[in-house]
Structure formats: C-alpha cells, structure tokens
Design a protein around this ligand. Structure first.
Ligand SMILES: CC(C)(COP(=O)(O)OP(=O)(O)OC[C@H]1O[C@@H](n2cnc3c(N)ncnc32)[C@H](O)[C@@H]1OP(=O)(O)O)[C@@H](O)C(=O)NCCC(=O)NCCS
Length: 161
C-alpha cells in the first residue's frame, strides 16, 4: 500500500540551499550559481515549496509576465518522495496561481519544457505538444555575459536544414 506523506505547500519560501539540493537530487548536473538562484527566485512570479517535517521535498516555479505568457520550470520532487502526488499538487498550485492572475475575460498561455518521458505527466493537466511541423521549432540560445554563444553537448549537429 502506498504510504501517505503529509506535507504543506508554501509560496515564495524556497531557499537557495533547498533549490540546489532538489536540483542535485535528480541529477540535473551543476546548478546555477548562488547569485543566479537568488535573483531567479526573486524574479519569479511564484515559487512553491513542498515541506515534510521541516524538510523541503519538492518545488516548482513560474516565470513570465503573468498576463499573456508564463512558463513553469524547476518542477522537482526528491526521488524518495516521488509517486505520492506531490508533483501533481505543486503543478495544480502553480496553474491555479497563473489562472487567477489572468485578467478578466482573457486567456493566458502556460509553456514548459518537458524532461524525457514526462509528456503523459503534463498532458494530465491539459498541456499538449506543439508540433514543430505545424508551428515552427522551439529554439534556445545559451549566451555568456562575455557574448560567447555555445551549444550544450546534447545538441547534435544538424545537416538537414
Ligand atoms: C516529474 C515529477 C516532478 C513528478 O512528481 P511526482 O510527485 O513523482 O508525481 P505525482 O506522484 O504527483 O504524479 C501525478 C500523476 O502523474 C503520474 N506520473 C508521474 N510521473 C509520470 C511519468 N513519468 N509519466 C507519466 N505519468 C506520470 C502519476 O502516476 C500520477 O497519476 P495519477 O494522478 O493518475 O495518479 C518527479 O518525477 C520529478 O521530480 N522528476 C525528476 C525531475 C524532473 O524531471 N522534473 C520535470 C522537469 S520538466
């Protein structure tokens, strides 16, 4: 039988230390530096932390303009607490916050990048895949403050332009 974990959700309480711990717990590699995380959290529309017995076990956050377009990112539940409905609760909380912040009689769009194998998880909330055949590609750029543009190692060199 699945163990029920009691936890609370809180808004905008996430610390840099907890962010790093969650990030590292799921093998996402080197996290952003402390100053980036500090400013990133401060500049977010909302961050949500799930806490169990004074330990932060999950997080998620929203960035964007709050009225036209928002993105959900950094959704993480500590591996030992996954599969207990915590990720879903964080997502529902973030989506409700965005919906409530929308202006009267308007639509608001929420975007996100999924990790491998998570399309079905996000589809449960109403997300759909925007096919690049229909609407063009999603593009990214990594640029250093000194102007250097680089591609991460997972990017294959494309020859079929
Ligand atoms: C993705 C993640 C946040 C999900 O959190 P979680 O607490 O384990 O998920 P939940 O227990 O709330 O699952 C909610 C529902 O989604 C389903 N689900 C969970 N993971 C799934 C997956 N990989 N594929 C399909 N469905 C999934 C559950 O079965 C559950 O379904 P139900 O509501 O019908 O019972 C968590 O697995 C995680 O931290 N993964 C590593 C980090 C990551 O990849 N984050 C996403 C970045 S895009």
């Amino acid at each position: 039988m699945e163990t029920i974990v009691e936890y609370t959700l809180s808004a905008n309480t996430l610390s840099v230390k907890d962010y790093v711990k969650l990030w590292e717990s799921v093998g996402w590699g080197t996290p952003p530096v402390e100053k980036q995380i500090e400013a990133g959290l401060k500049n977010s529309i909302i961050s949500v932390a799930a806490t169990h017995k004074n330990q932060v076990i999950g997080m998620g956050r929203v960035i964007g303009d709050g009225v036209i377009m928002c993105y959900i990112l950094d959704l993480i539940v500590l591996p030992e607490f996954q599969g207990k409905g915590i990720g879903k609760a964080i997502m529902e909380n973030l989506i409700a916050y965005v919906k409530d912040s929308a202006l009267l009689n308007t639509d608001i769009t929420i975007g996100l990048f999924t990790s491998t194998g998570l399309d079905k998880f996000y589809e449960k909330f109403g997300f759909f895949i925007r096919s690049s055949d229909d609407r063009g590609s999603c593009m990214l750029m990594h640029i250093n403050k000194d102007g250097t543009i680089y591609k991460p190692t997972y990017v294959q060199t494309r020859t079929n332009y």
